[in-house]
Design a protein around this ligand. Structure first.
Ligand code: PLP
Length: 382
């Protein structure tokens, strides 16, 4: 076993470049002309840290911040964000009055949701975006129930309890821009907007586009776009169209320091189940990160890392707190740095490489990183 090197006292960290976030927000903004930009920061800013990302996005010109759940939207207000915030996922009985009083725009897709919004009104009308299901069969009113939703909303508008600020939907297949589903959803959306207008509802914000729509389907931009993943410098199209070709910069680098380095003989089995056996004498490094930190266990025996300037492979199963990298014959010592993924500009693997190794998407790689990994913020732009 080799002696440790103490280059820093950090076990592991996710380094988040706020300059990259600002760059990406500005790049997205420049692509959408006069449409407004909503930066989506749900799920702790896709693992990057919700509040720092929202601040950086506002600085770079985000008109809106998008949150999935109420706790996120309220936390943004508590952190001092006074700008427009949209929050779209609530369940019956949640404290909507707090969000309405805080001036947070909410979503409704059924008459009972309109009733709940109206019941939550105290001193100012609830601001609502009506959601149409254009074909994804997730949230939203199905087209048959759309007129009833509009009529329910109009009743509350007349009573002074509601302001309809938007009509919106979500794309199922914008990561495949040529999919016929995009055209079909667009047509259903346009028809819903027309039906609303015929009933006297023409809100200022019609919105449909996520990152895929923002980057590849300009006809889906309408008045506002809602990119999430692209904000973080990751491509919604994976390797098909990498972020570098989209002018985006991955913001997160996940790094750790080796907890131990040892030489094992040929035939040594590694980690639970001994699913990997050293084919020859090998140097192994212990990475102090595992699925308890959000590394996907599915990436066992294959995920790439960068150690000592070279690409290496995780061997054996990824455990809860640790995993093992095959350093082959490299000179290495405990304390040495390992980069699990980053922008890829220094030869390190990317979140897309980890996604490939785990059979998932880059979204899941960054978003699932747990609270046990400290986030450290740097700013390449300052
Ligand atoms: C309603 C809604 N809008 C926008 C987004 C952002 O999507 P993406 O990260 O693909 O840009 C999401 C995320 O899935 C979403 O649920």
């Amino acid at each position: 076993m080799s002696e440790p090197r103490e280059s820093s006292n950090v076990r592991a960290e996710a380094v988040v470049d706020l300059g990259a976030i600002r760059h990406n927000v500005a790049t997205l903004r420049a692509r959408v002309g006069t449409a407004q930009l909503m930066t989506v920061v749900k799920a702790d800013g896709y693992g990057h840290g919700m509040v720092p990302v929202a601040r950086a996005a506002r600085e770079a010109g985000a008109d809106w911040i998008g949150a999935a759940v109420l706790e996120e939207a309220l936390a943004l207000r508590a952190a001092g964000d006074t700008g427009p915030i949209f929050c779209w996922l609530t369940t019956p009985g949640e404290p909507l009055e707090q969000a309405i009083a805080a001036g947070i725009d909410l979503s409704a897709a059924a008459p009972w949701e309109i009733d709940e919004l109206a019941a939550g009104v105290t001193d100012r009308p609830a601001r609502v975006h009506l959601k149409i299901d254009t074909g994804m069969s997730r949230g939203g009113a199905v087209p048959e129930e759309w007129p009833a939703l509009i009529r329910a909303a109009l009743r509350e508008v007349k009573a002074g309890r509601l302001e309809i600020t938007g009509i919106w939907s979500h794309l199922s297949s914008s990561d495949e821009p040529k999919s016929a589903a995009n055209e079909a959803q667009l047509a259903t959306f346009e028809s819903a907007v027309e039906i609303a207008a015929s009933l006297g509802v023409e809100p200022p914000l019609r919105h449909l586009a996520n990152s895929g729509g923002t980057l590849a389907l300009p006809e889906t931009h309408f008045d506002l776009v809602r990119p999430g993943i692209a904000t973080y410098g990751l491509s919604p199209f994976g390797h098909e169209l990498p972020s570098s070709e989209l002018g985006l910069r991955p913001a997160m680098t996940l790094r750790a320091r080796l907890a131990m380095v040892k030489r094992v003989p040929a035939g040594a089995g590694v980690s639970y189940g001994l699913t990997w056996t050293a084919p020859r004498p090998s140097t192994l490094g212990l990475i102090p990160l595992g699925y308890g930190d959000g590394l996907p266990r599915h990436a066992s025996n294959g995920a790439p890392v960068q150690a000592g300037g070279a690409r290496r492979t995780i061997v054996g199963r990824i455990c809860m707190d640790q995993c093992v990298v095959n350093l082959e014959d490299a000179e290495a010592a405990a304390g040495d740095e390992v980069v699990l993924f980053g922008p890829g500009t220094g030869g390190e693997p990317t979140a897309d490489d980890w996604a490939d190794a785990a059979g998932t998407i880059n979204y899941e790689i960054v978003t699932r990183l747990g609270a046990r990994i400290p986030r450290r913020y740097v700013d390449s732009g300052r």
